[in-house]
Ligand binder design. Sequence first.
Ligand code: TEU
Length: 592
Amino acid sequence: PAEAPWWTRSVVYQVYPRSFQDTDGDGIGDLPGITRRLDHLERLGVDVVWLSPVYRSPQADNGYDISDYEDVDPLFGSLADLDALIEGLHARGMKLVMDLVVNHTSDEHPWFVESRSSAQSPRRDWYWWRPAREGMEPGAPGAEPTNWRSFFGGSAWRFDEASGEYYLHLFDPKQPDLNWENPDVREAVYSMMRRWLDRGVDGFRMDVINLISKDVAPDGSLPDGEVHWGTYGDGSPHYTDGPRVHEFLAEMHREVFAPYLAQGREILTVGETPGVTVEHGVRYTDPDRREVDMVFQFEHMGIDHGATRYDPVRWDLADLKATLGRWQAGLAHRGWNALYWDNHDQPRVVSRFGDDSPEHRVASAKALALLLHLHRGTPYVYQGEELAMTNAPFTRIEQYQDVESLGYFRELTGRTGAPRLRTDGEMLAVLAHASRDHARTPVQWDASANAGFTTGTPWLEVNPNHTTINAEAAWADEDSVLHFYRRLVALRREEPVVALGDFRMLLPDHEAVYAFTRALDAPGPDGTTVRDELLVLVNVGGVPQDVPPGTLTGWDDASVLVTTHPGRADDGTRPGAVGHLEPWEGRVLRRT
Ligand code: TEU
């Protein structure tokens, strides 16, 4: 496996700039703040930083609504600040991956301003403009071109009085969808990407990239979706992994990345692909197809909710194993997984699949980290995850800022005119578990006021638990979650079996123990082959477990490579003790 790409041994760290580190006292994180904190990242050992959008933006969706792809928003600093960050990262041997948000632009992007200016605009066809449903009064309720619901609630179409037509926005009305059918749109995106590569960035995380190809009929019409609840239909089958998406990504690879790769540049591409199936996941990431290196799939993020994240359901461990296991198996021979628990759109994993009570927070965060980082794929760590930051204790709607949370709150409580499906209290309870804002509270650097994030008023409240949960305390404590993450990051670089070994799921139906093996044949002395094999055992819960004995056959003399509970009398380092797991205990055994 000497020829395995560099990113198979790498760990990526995601920075959400707004919440990372403020330096100018406006309460919003900025680029100089990231540069100031590079020591933290270097010590953690991560190889790549993925930076959520810092481009010019009206900030309707915190930068995922871009009005100028070629400039930095003054909120975050300047192009010079970005150059300094790139330089600082490169000097420390780390790379920078930028967010690429090209399914849509801001409605304030000059392309859209021109497109909207009249039905005859030369850029009209850069976006999805459609007339009202046949026989209906333009602008009247139900006259939208299709019944699609937007991701943020309400119709995915916005009526434009001036030109009498609607435009498509799968997300906020301030995020009109670009028309990728138009080759001029594609070339404009590709040339912008080349300019960033020329500036020194090392790749892109591609926002909702599997939604760029819409299922458009030759006559230009788009199909309605099925109605599952409320007024609007589910359009997702008509734009998820759409008819031309693989063609577009292969073209992007040819037009943008191929020449740089040919010159030996090390580039990382990761597609964010909500709703992607394993079948499409393989196609996106099969190296021979030259589309992207890896994709973020969403199935494991879906086990605790129904159609939307605001519809919670009970989950169990067998569901988690089934989905992660299927992705491991599906991409075993072709393609590559991106592995993650947290990002800026998800509640905190320790509060979600772990246990954020004082008794179990540290152990459950380590157990979940171990579980994920021992899978095959490239792990992503989201800022604060390495500190086991928890969900925010918000109880009032005024504390939330997220456009999606507020949109669903309004829609489901009947404030938009749609039928009222929940009371305010019910909706607040749902948000307390599921809001994207839980990921977005400021990083907790130390115990001081505002956690060392800002000297001003933070744009989103700092979690009051920063007095105990913070980076300064975590660095000072050898047994912290932070030091455990540091070990996991190093392990992937040092152990080929962790990076590349085959994955085999064990105990698929066990409701508390998550168990699997990793195995890699490596060249041994004198032309022999040596099989390196690991057994990973994690207790995903607060009740002690004894691993079913059959699982341990042949592992009696195994050594312990990693444990979440070092020094515990029964930590598995004594022969015969390997089968007992304390609450949230995890260990990795190596066959000797
Ligand atoms: O997210 C796309 C996505 O599918 C979800 O995570 C989405 O945010 C929604 O919460 C599903 O319920 C990406 C970005 O990561 C997100 O921050 C943006 O809001 C969105 O695209 C639009 O650009």
